[in-house]
Design a protein around this ligand. Structure first.
Ligand code: FE
Ligand code: FE
Ligand code: ZN
Length: 295
């Protein structure tokens, strides 16, 4: 009998929580098996290596077996993260075109896997300026969504603001969305480390940040949240994830964020340095107050 997640599991408020898991060898099936080992209730994958090279054919991802296993173990709303190699803000024609092709391909791969969300990084303008970057990204998305007319919702991930990355201000994300025709296909992915590093005070007043998000973008666009601690301080504009409770956001704050009403129905995905996902998930769920020591 399929085990459906209820609002409470073993007396603990149910949150959809999981981690960035590997597709090595058996594809989606491997990702589900790894997620089960963490007692996760959601998960995120990349459909190809971030080091480039040829992608494993999507038909070899054991999709149907994986979905059956997900149902059996109450893993819901999986997420795909697009390759880092995509840069839709690039002024360089070949880089920009390559990003368009790669994102389009990842949309098809994600759709094949029956996964509703595809997260991507808006891109780096590499000196051409934020306004240029915003328009370039929107232009690319208009091309991509005209050709990949169906499939997952594309989620723009908000950035920490390092380098020349576009999308560290909510206003920049809102402007990209405003310029895209298929707004129905666009959403946003939050990231606690990125928000904190970009200067949104999630430690002092998370509600206030959410109000700001709502004013500028609209909370209805927020679909997935990455839960990471940060190695660098508030407003540092640096993107270095720390294990939960081992960074400058802190375990208590991240746990509170995971239980926030607004995030209750969203997949919450850990992208912390590997090795502690199971313990971190148990901590964030409130099953233990112990955080693992980190090497
Ligand atoms: Fe990301
Ligand atoms: Fe992230
Ligand atoms: Zn990051």
């Amino acid at each position: 009998m399929a085990q459906r997640p209820s609002f409470h599991v073993n007396g603990v408020i149910f949150v959809k929580i999981g981690a960035n898991v590997s597709i090595a060898k058996t594809g989606l099936l491997a990702a589900v098996e790894e997620s089960i080992s963490y007692r996760a209730t959601s998960m995120m994958i990349y459909t190809r290596s971030n080091r480039g090279g040829k992608a494993k054919p999507i038909e070899e991802f054991h999709r149907d077996e994986a979905h059956a296993l997900m149902r059996e173990h109450g893993i819901v709303d999986p997420v795909v993260h697009a390759p880092y190699l995509i840069n839709l803000a690039s002024p360089k024609e070949d880089t920009w075109q390559y990003g368009i092709d790669l994102l389009k391909e990842d949309i098809f791969r994600t759709a094949y896997l029956g996964i509703p969300w595809l997260v991507f990084h808006p891109g780096s303008h590499t000196g051409a300026g934020i306004e240029y970057g915003i328009e370039r990204i929107a232009e690319a998305l208009n091309i991509i969504l005209a050709e990949a007319a169906e499939g997952p919702m594309i989620l723009l991930e908000t950035m920490a603001g390092d380098g020349s990355k576009v999308g560290s201000r909510f206003e920049e994300i809102a402007e990209i969305i405003r310029l895209v025709d298929r707004k129905d296909r666009l959403g946003v992915c939050g990231d606690t480390c990125h928000w904190f590093s970009a200067g949104y005070d999630i430690v002092g007043d998370f509600d206030k940040v959410l109000y700001q998000f709502d004013d500028v973008i609209g909370l209805n666009r927020l679909k997935v949240f990455h839960i990471n601690d940060s190695k660098y301080p508030f407003d540092s504009r640096k993107d270095r994830h720390a294990n939960i409770g081992h960074g400058l956001i802190g375990g208590e704050v991240l746990r509170r964020i995971c239980r926030h009403e607004v995030l209750r129905d969203m997949p919450l995905i850990l992208e912390t340095p590997e090795g502690y996902y199971g313990e971190e998930i148990a901590y964030l769920r409130g099953e233990t107050d112990e955080l693992p020591p980190v090497r």
